[in-house]
Design a protein around this ligand. Structure first.
Ligand SMILES: [Zn+2]
Length: 138
């Protein structure tokens, strides 16, 4: 599947195409405002290509353990990344799926408020994508 920001500055390819996607809608202030639908297959391979790296802003907040990759040209957030024990992990935003089909997405409402740092990192390293090829330094 292809994931991209609106202007195609950030282009991601993930070898994952289930009939139905399980996505998580997080209730934090940032994800709510973007309407983000986060998804990952921990076994999939992700290729991240960026045309203009200087136009990508890594936005961090709260625990500052995740970097929300925002295209400065079009404002979309195609993925979020984190580094745990020198390993890069990512989660893609299905809202940026090029062949977006809402009927193929099962949305689960989640809330991570109050989750401590240790639990947060353990959850991400278990569920997020780790086989990543990226043209952007992290
Ligand atoms: Zn863009």
């Amino acid at each position: 599947m292809k994931i991209a920001c609106h202007c195609q500055n950030l282009q991601l390819e993930l070898d994952w195409e289930p009939p139905q996607f399980q996505a998580r809608a997080c209730d934090c202030g940032f994800c709510s405002r973007h309407g983000a639908l986060w998804a990952a297959d921990p076994d999939a391979q992700l290729i991240i290509q960026i045309r203009e790296p200087k136009q990508v802003k890594a936005y961090v907040f709260a625990t500052e353990t995740a970097q929300f990759q925002i295209c400065q040209i079009c404002g979309c957030v195609p993925y979020v990344s984190t580094v745990i024990d020198k390993q890069l992990y990512a989660l893609v935003n299905l809202r940026c799926w090029s062949d977006f089909e809402l009927t193929r997405i099962q949305i689960q409402a989640v809330s991570y408020l109050g989750e401590d740092r240790q639990a947060r990192l353990a959850r991400r390293s278990a569920r997020w994508i780790s086989k990543i090829q990226s043209s952007l330094a992290v």
